[in-house]
Design a protein around this ligand. Structure first.
Ligand code: AP5
Ligand code: MG
Ligand code: ZN
Length: 209
C-alpha cells in the first residue's frame, strides 16, 4: 500500500526478484491490457487517464482470476490492490476460500512534495514495467531499460491534472484501508523517503520476521 509515487512498484520489482513470488500489480495488468487492445483495456483506459479508479467489479474480477493460479500457492505480492473497502472485503473472502490469506501489509510512506517530484521524473519500461527516475534512479543508458533493454516512456497518467485526482482518490478511498489492516494486526509501515536499498532492507526484514 502507499500513495501514487511512494515506490510500491520499485520495491515490488526488487522483492519478487529476491523471493521469487508473483507480482500482482493491478496497474500493470491494466496497462498490459491497454497495450494489447483487449476489452479490459478498453474499459480501463479512460478511468486511468483521468486518474480515477477502475470500477470495483472489474478490478476484483481480474485479481480473482490471477490469485487462483497455481503460481500463487507459495505466496504472492499484491501492488496497488486493494484500493477500496469493497476490494479489501472481496480480497478477504477470496483469499480465505483459496487458503491464501494476506499475512503482511506493507505501507510505503512518503510526503506529498516528494510524490510530485517522483511522479514527474518517472520513466517506465514499455516491456517489463520497471520504473526509473530521471535523477533519482536513472537507467544506465538514457531511454533504455536496464532490466530488459525495452524503451522507457512517461505514463499518460503522470501529469499534474491526473495526479491530483489520483491523490484525492488515495486519501478518500485507499488511505482508510490502513486502519482496516491495522485492526487485523497485519500492517507495517516502511519509510519510503529512504533510499531504495534501505526500503528493500526494511521490507525484507518484515517479510522474514
Ligand atoms: P498504479 O499503477 O497502481 O499507480 P499508483 O498507485 O498511482 O502508483 P504508482 O505506480 O504511480 O507509484 P508507485 O508507488 O508504484 O511508485 P514507483 O515505484 O513507480 O495505478 C494506476 C491506475 O490504475 C490507477 O490510477 C487506477 O486508474 C488504476 N488502478 C490500479 N489498481 C487499481 C485498483 N486496485 N482499483 C481501481 N483502479 C486501479 O516510483 C515512483 C518514482 O519514484 C519512480 O520514478 C522511481 O524511480 C522513484 N522512486 C521509487 N522509490 C524511490 C526511493 N526510495 N527513492 C527515490 N526515488 C524512488
Ligand atoms: Mg506502481
Ligand atoms: Zn524492461
Amino acid at each position: 500500500m502507499g500513495p501514487p509515487g511512494a515506490g510500491k512498484g520499485t520495491l515490488a520489482k526488487r522483492l519478487i526478484a529476491k523471493y521469487h513470488i508473483p507480482h500482482i500489480s493491478t496497474g500493470d495488468m491494466f496497462r498490459d491490457a491497454i497495450k494489447a487492445g483487449t476489452e479490459l483495456g478498453k474499459t480501463a483506459k479512460d478511468y486511468m487517464a483521468r486518474g480515477d479508479l477502475v470500477p470495483d467489479e472489474v478490478t476484483i474480477g481480474i485479481v480473482k482470476e490471477r490469485l487462483a493460479l497455481d503460481d500463487c500457492s507459495h505466496g504472492y505480492l499484491l501492488d496497488g490492490f486493494p484500493r477500496t473497502l469493497k476490494q479489501a472485503e472481496a480480497l478477504k473472502a477470496l483469499t480465505e476460500s483459496l487458503k491464501r490469506t494476506v499475512n503482511l501489509v506493507i505501507n510505503v510512506t512518503a510526503d506529498e512534495a516528494e510524490l510530485v517530484k517522483r511522479i514527474s521524473g518517472r520513466r517506465v519500461c514499455k516491456n517489463c514495467g520497471t520504473p526509473f527516475h530521471v535523477t533519482n534512479m536513472p537507467p544506465k543508458k538514457e531511454g533504455v531499460c536496464d532490466n530488459c533493454g525495452g524503451p522507457l516512456f512517461q505514463r499518460p497518467d503522470d501529469n499534474e491534472a491526473a495526479l491530483k485526482v489520483r491523490l484525492s482518490n488515495y486519501y478518500a478511498s485507499t488511505k482508510p484501508l490502513l486502519s482496516y489492516y491495522e485492526a487485523m494486526n497485519v500492517l507495517s509501515n516502511v519509510d519510503g523517503m529512504l533510499g531504495t536499498d534501505k526500503v528493500l532492507e526494511l521490507a525484507s526484514q518484515l517479510i522474514e520476521a
